[in-house]
Ligand binder design. Structure first.
Ligand SMILES: O=C(O)C(=O)C[C@]1(C(=O)O)C=C[C@@H](O)C=C1
Length: 279
């Protein structure tokens, strides 16, 4: 079975992916969009993509594509600790620019400002892609922020270790697929949830309250609610909502009917377990 992930080798997503699917063929992609397209076009059966980080928050591209792609379901969610290191080519002593994935740059913002305030940074497609670029271009005097597997794989020298701004740093990764199935994994299960994407009825006072009351009287416990722009104009949002617990409850299932009857659109995108992974 082919599993797409945000590559190249030694990205954080690959570390998560290889723990979830140790025996499958892992196929690196150069963007999160390519991961979604690989699943959509059946080039891969599943993909692993980042969804949320405890310091920097939601990976907005992933949330957008969950909304924009039809018939893509979440089969599982895993949480992994994240440690960032600053690394340079071993032939270099110093550097003039720091490159990495925007999430990694954001998670290390204060460290970089405090220690290397005047050195510019540049977004890159992934932490491991930035490490690879540094290894291939010693003449360019650039540093990458990536994990220690990337430092090893691409032969780089770590000059600052554990540079994330908060000691507790975790990222959630999701397994997506065209099949609406719950993946059972052999890790510590930390919760069971259902994800819904909701757009409100036309703009009126109490619209969100009306939607939330559909969950409230059923005693459905919401563990996350996040709004994201619909890109159709300022003030237009969709909501990503997680409901805790077993979705088989008939009251839970018919909440979707009630949402429809009040003019909200509700898209079910998966019932799945959340697990904890190791670094
Ligand atoms: O760049 C990588 O290595 C990734 O796997 C992406 C990603 C992310 O988008 O959140 C994954 C985990 C870390 O939070 C930093 C970057």
């Amino acid at each position: 079975m082919k599993i797409a992930f945000l590559g190249p080798q030694a990205s954080f997503t690959q570390l998560a992916c290889s723990q979830i699917f140790p025996a499958e063929e892992l196929v690196p992609q150069s963007s999160i969009l390519d991961c979604f397209n690989a699943v959509k076009n059946s080039d891969a059966e599943k993909a692993v993509v980042p969804l949320e980080n405890s310091i920097e928050g939601t990976v907005s591209m992933t949330l957008d594509y969950l909304y924009q792609f039809d018939e893509i379901f979440i089969q599982s969610e895993v949480i992994m600790p994240i440690s960032h290191h600053l690394m340079i080519h071993p032939e270099n002593e110093n550097f003039e620019k720091i490159i990495s994935h925007p999430q990694a740059l954001a998670q290390t913002f204060h460290f970089r400002i405090n220690k290397y305030g005047n050195i510019p940074s540049q977004d890159f497609s992934s932490t491991s892609a930035s490490a690879k670029l540094v290894s291939e271009n010693p003449q360019d005097k650039i540093a990458a922020i990536a994990n220690h597997y990337a430092a090893k794989l691409y032969g780089l020298k770590i000059i600052d270790e554990n540079i994330q701004d908060f000691e507790q740093n975790h990222t959630r990764f999701i397994v997506i697929s065209k099949k609406d199935e719950t993946l059972q994994l052999n890790f510590k299960k930390t919760s069971e949830k259902t994800s819904l994407l909701i757009t409100l009825p036309e703009d009126h006072a109490g619209g969100l309250h009306q939607v939330l009351s559909v969950f409230a009287w059923r005693k459905m416990n919401l563990s996350k609610i996040e709004s994201r722009t619909l890109k159709t104009g300022l003030g237009n949002y969709f909501f990503y909502i997680n409901v805790e617990g077993n979705w088989e409850n008939i009251l839970y299932k018919n909440s979707l009917e009630e949402l429809k009857s009040i003019g909200a659109e509700a898209k079910f995108i998966g019932h799945y377990n959340e697990y904890e992974l190791e670094d």
